[in-house]
Design a binder for this molecule. Structure first.
Ligand SMILES: [Zn+2]
Ligand SMILES: [Zn+2]
Length: 263
C-alpha cells in the first residue's frame, strides 16, 4: 500500500491537471490511496477565492472512483489557508458537503504571502511570525491534518536559509502538543524534498519530536499539482515513519481518521 494524501487537480486554482490524469499517474506508480485536497478559500482578497466548484469536484471524484474502483482508493478533501481567521464562514460553507479531510495550512501572514514575508522580515522574525500563525491555526481552526508545518522553509531556505530547529523548538512543541490534544494530525509533505533531498533533516527532526510527544496521526502527501509529481517520495516517507516507530499511516473518510497498519 502506498498513500498520497495531499494532491491538487484542476479543481484547484493553481493546477491544470485533470483529476483523472492524476489518478492514472498514481496507478502507474503503484499508489493505492490518493486524497485530493483542493484549495478552497472564502477570503475574497486571495487568488483562490471563488475558484472551487464543489459540484464539479464531486462529479470528477465520483467518475474516477467508478472508473478506477479496482485499482485506486480515492478521497475528496480540501486545503484551507488560514481557516482560523474565518472559522464561522467555513463552518457554514462546509456543513452540507461530505468532505473526507480538511488540511489546515498557513500560506499568508498579516495579509502577506510567505515570499514577501521573507523579504520584509529578518530570518528570526520571519520564522517566529510563521510558527506563531501555525500555532493560532492549530489552536482555533477546524481541520484534520496540519499541512506542511514548516512550509516557510520551502521558500526561505534558498534566501534567508533553513531554520535552526533549536531557535523554534519551544513553539513547535506547543504546536504539536495542541495537535495531539485535539486529536488532529500532521503530514510529511514530500514537496520539500523535490530536487533538494538536503531538506530532509528538519523534516525528520519534526516527525521525531511529534512522535516523542505522543503523536500518532500522520499522513504522507506529495502536494503534487502535476500528474508527474503524484506519489513522489511517498513510498520512502512511509518507510521513514515506520522506522521512527509509527505503526499506522492514516487516511480519512468523512472526517474520521482511519489508521492503516504499516506492513
Ligand atoms: Zn499548501
Ligand atoms: Zn497543497
Amino acid at each position: 500500500m502506498i498513500y498520497d494524501f495531499h494532491t491538487h487537480s484542476n479543481n484547484s486554482f493553481d493546477s491544470k491537471e485533470k483529476l483523472e490524469d492524476m489518478c492514472i499517474s498514481a496507478i502507474e506508480k503503484g499508489i493505492t490511496h490518493i486524497g485530493f485536497t483542493e484549495h478552497f478559500c472564502l477570503n475574497s482578497i486571495r487568488k483562490t477565492y471563488g475558484y472551487m466548484n464543489f459540484d464539479r469536484f464531486s462529479r470528477d471524484t465520483l467518475e474516477a472512483k467508478t472508473k478506477f474502483s479496482k485499482q485506486l482508493n480515492i478521497y475528496k478533501g480540501i486545503e484551507i489557508c488560514e481557516p482560523h481567521l474565518m472559522n464561522d464562514d467555513y463552518k457554514d460553507a462546509l456543513e452540507s458537503l461530505n468532505i473526507d479531510m480538511i488540511l489546515g495550512s498557513v500560506h499568508n501572514i498579516r495579509n502577506m504571502g510567505l515570499r514577501d514575508l521573507i523579504k520584509t522580515y529578518d530570518y528570526k522574525k520571519a520564522y517566529e511570525l510563521y510558527f506563531q500563525e501555525v500555532y493560532d491555526m492549530v489552536k482555533n481552526a477546524d481541520f484534520d491534518i496540519a499541512a506542511h508545518i514548516d512550509l516557510l522553509n520551502r521558500y526561505a531556505y534558498k534566501t534567508i536559509g533553513t531554520y535552526d530547529f533549536k531557535d523554534n523548538i519551544e513553539m513547535i512543541e506547543e504546536i504539536f502538543k495542541l495537535i495531539i490534544k485535539r486529536e488532529k494530525g500532521i503530514e510529511i509533505n514530500t514537496s520539500v524534498f523535490r530536487g533538494r533531498e538536503d531538506n530532509m533533516e528538519n523534516s525528520l527532526k519534526l516527525i521525531k519530536l511529534y512522535k516523542s510527544l505522543g503523536g500518532e496521526i500522520i499522513t504522507v502527501g506529495s502536494d503534487a499539482h502535476k500528474a508527474e509529481d503524484v506519489g513522489q517520495y511517498c513510498k520512502e516517507s512511509l518507510k521513514i515513519i515506520s522506522e521512527l516507530g509509527f505503526k499506522y499511516i492514516f487516511t480519512f473518510e468523512e472526517r474520521h481518521a482511519i489508521g492503516n497498519r504499516i506492513v
